[in-house]
Design a protein around this ligand. Structure first.
Ligand code: FE2
Length: 207
């Protein structure tokens, strides 16, 4: 895999005021980069280092899994947000939301309830599970890929993602994410690809 930190898809202050420059800078340059640095050290001189990040996630446990998954999760999280995000999904994804939840308001409630109920660190996901749209949370570094799910959107529930801007108010962070940051275009693209269930997703679930 390429051990270069992927660039952010926008400038570090582009998400203000929803997420401040200091939050994004620390999160990207310290936390995200830190996971990548640790993964590189763990895989130093190991044959797995030449495999893809997804392959490493599916084939590993313990610290290698934790750091590899966190690299993937953060890459995905940054792309799950957009400076002009928020609003509502459109097209086929909007139809899927209506079918699975009854509408965007119910999806929003499901997001907020799952995010608030999740104990401790982890991730909140909009996911396609074998073609079924759902909201789920995973602890620590865990991710839908391990269970055959295709991620559509991610929200980082670790306190480092929101504490500087929202302190302990996780619900306000979640509401702001949905109102101003959620990148529905990215989610729609992921939804259209999810129907094909990429081979790595199938293999990972069968492991
Ligand atoms: Fe994070």
């Amino acid at each position: 895999m390429d051990f270069t930190l992927k660039p952010l898809p926008y400038s570090k202050n582009a998400l203000e005021p929803a997420l401040g420059r200091e939050t994004v800078t620390l999160h990207y340059e310290k936390h995200h980069a830190g996971y990548l640095h640790k993964l590189k050290k763990l895989l130093d001189d190991k044959p797995e280092a030449s495999e893809s990040l997804e392959w490493i996630i599916c084939a590993s446990d313990g610290p290698v899994f934790d750091n590899a998954a966190q690299v993937w999760n953060h890459d995905f999280y940054w792309r799950s947000m957009h400076p002009d995000g928020g609003g509502n999904p459109s097209g086929e994804l909007a139809s899927a939301v209506a079918e699975a939840f009854g509408g965007i308001d119910a999806l929003r409630q499901a997001f907020l309830e799952a995010g608030e109920a999740h104990f401790g660190s982890g991730w909140l996901w909009l996911v396609s599970d074998r073609g079924h749209l759902g909201v789920t949370s995973t602890p620590d570094a865990d991710l839908p890929l391990r269970y055959g799910g295709v991620a559509l959107l991610a929200i980082d529930l670790w306190e480092h993602a929101y504490y500087l801007d929202y302190h302990n108010e996780r619900r306000r962070y979640l509401e702001t994410y949905l109102d101003r940051l959620a990148n529905w275009e990215f989610a729609s693209t992921n939804w259209s690809h999810a129907a094909m269930r990429p081979p790595i997703v199938r293999r990972c679930a069968e492991r």
